[in-house]
Design a protein around this ligand. Structure first.
Ligand code: AMP
Ligand code: ZN
Length: 478
């Protein structure tokens, strides 16, 4: 029986779906104006673990992840009136591309990242720009219900009219009044009201016809529109990082519940933030990483996944290169173990006696830990304990064929939840090989192809194969 912490109730409670055996799950997806950073990817890995656990528990999961390909104006941007920048447009201007080109490029990069991380593909990835009409329909209802107001072609949500505002983030409107730092938008009644629709300034490229103005939607409305379109009025689970609790998810609730009069999401699953060297990631601090940075340091995406699941989703994960080295070791330990089991399985010359390994108890405890609000660190601790105990038996040649098969089946079942792709052949790339590959990349950059070829031979002689990508390379064991 799965128990999940629910941000809405602040408690860990038994998970029950609305429809028996089916789960409707929504995850706020990327704003595609840049590469996803490792914090974003950490949020998608946790959502994937949840989804995988639901599937292993027998549910069918309909999972929607939206692609934000317009806007994403924060209220801070907006409060500075027309100077608010659309991040996609800003990137388009900087890179001399159209916003569509920018959005398509970074959407593809996002798909590549999640594939590398073995994150299960969502059932559907709807794009915001294809759902503006649905957003307009919700805004019309909110206006009819007097939960929103229009002024000069801009529409805002009238937060005070939604009596349950603050129920997710536990914020009170009174506190928001005192918390307002910036000058409010001239058309807003209160600084804490938020935009549903904005009139486009003259030079704004992405804009749509609406009953109020030629304009574009506010940041939050797209998730209300797309979740309703694909999952209906009430979701089983909504996921995201803790930064989205307020204002984004609070505002999604106000919009959706204001519109339908029904609960928006029964369970709110929020992961804590990933920090780098105990600090918030930021480009200016030089501690901002994307997956490619991790790969360039000689780690694999799977090692990053290993690091993420080693910490509970409700604890903040401190990313360090030391931590990555430990994750590498841990993944190697698992890989070697599975490889040994596979080799032993083929070997007939092994014990026929069943020595005590308490495999049924381990299996029960592993799944019990996962059922307990996805306690991945506890489950991994049990797995490593089991590996050590089994390795001891293996060294004494006292594991039976039946136990080996049972261990493999236990691993395969557990791995359906934690989603590690393990390479049972030579997972470690030696430092010297990595250095050769880097030298070869530099030679290729200098168009010194003779030297690059010589280095390829050296890499191959060391038992590795090198594959060139656009500005990078990947190494694999021969
Ligand atoms: P965004 O593209 O900013 O909407 O973020 C995509 C997802 O990543 C959201 O669920 C965020 O809450 C989450 N997120 C952003 N930064 C971090 C971080 N440092 N650690 C964990 N999750 C994050
Ligand atoms: Zn959202």
């Amino acid at each position: 029986m799965l128990k999940l912490h629910n941000t809405l109730t602040g408690k860990k409670t038994k998970f029950e779906s609305i429809q028996k055996g089916k789960v409707k799950m929504y995850t706020c997806g990327p704003t595609v104006y840049d590469y996803a950073h490792i914090g974003n990817l950490c949020a998608y890995i946790h959502a994937d673990t949840l989804r995988r656990h639901l599937i292993v528990s027998g549910y069918e999961v309909l999972h929607i992840v939206n692609i934000t390909d317009v806007g994403h104006l924060t209220e801070d941007d907006l409060n500075q009136a027309d100077s608010g920048e659309d991040k996609i447009l800003k990137a388009a201007l900087k890179e001399h591309k159209t916003s569509e080109e920018i959005a398509n490029f970074y959407t593809e990069r996002f798909f590549e990242d999640i594939k590398k991380l073995n994150i299960t593909k969502a059932s559907y990835y709807p794009r915001a720009t294809a759902h503006v009409q649905q957003m307009i329909e919700i805004i019309k209802i909110l206006l009819q219900k007097n939960l929103a107001y229009e002024k000069n072609g801009n529409v805002f949500y009238d937060v005070e009219k939604f009596s349950e505002y603050g129920k997710l983030s536990k914020k009170k409107i009174e506190d928001l009044k005192h918390g307002a730092r910036l000058e409010k938008h001239p058309d807003k009644k209160h600084s804490y009201d938020f935009a549903l629709w904005l009139k486009a300034p003259k030079n704004h490229i992405l804009k749509w016809e609406s009953p109020w103005s030629l304009g574009y939607p506010g940041w939050h409305i797209e998730c209300s529109a797309m979740s309703m379109e694909y999952l209906g009025e009430t979701l089983d689970i909504h996921t995201g990082g803790e930064d989205h609790i307020f204002p984004h998810h609070e505002n999604e609730i106000a919009q959706s519940e204001g519109c339908t009069g029904k609960p928006f999401a029964n369970f709110w699953f929020h992961n804590r933030f990933l920090l780098v060297d105990s600090q918030k990631m930021s480009k200016s601090k030089g501690n901002f990483y994307i997956l490619e940075d991790v790969i360039k340091k000689g780690f694999t995406p799977m090692e990053f996944r290993m690091l993420v699941i080693s910490s509970h989703y409700r604890s903040s994960l401190n990313f360090t290169w030391r931590g990555m080295k430990q994750a590498k070791k841990n993944l190697q330990k698992i890989s070697r173990f599975v490889e040994t089991l596979n080799n032993l399985k083929e070997n007939n010359n092994i014990s026929s006696e069943n020595t005590d390994l308490s495999l049924d108890t381990y299996q029960k405890e592993l799944f019990k830990a996962m059922d307990d609000d996805l306690n991945t660190p506890k489950a991994l601790g049990l797995l490593f304990e089991l590996i050590s105990r089994s390795n001891e038996k293996i060294s004494k040649k006292s594991l039976s064929k039946a136990q080996i098969e049972k261990l493999l089946s236990l691993w395969n079942k557990f791995n359906k939840i934690i989603g590690l792709e393990i390479n049972t052949k030579n997972t470690e790339i030696p430092f010297e090989v990595l250095e050769l590959a880097k030298k070869r990349q530099a030679a290729r950059k200098d168009k010194d192809f003779k030297k690059a070829d010589e280095l390829r031979v050296l890499i191959e002689e060391s038992g590795f194969e090198i594959e060139d990508n656009k500005d990078d390379f990947s190494l694999s064991a021969n």
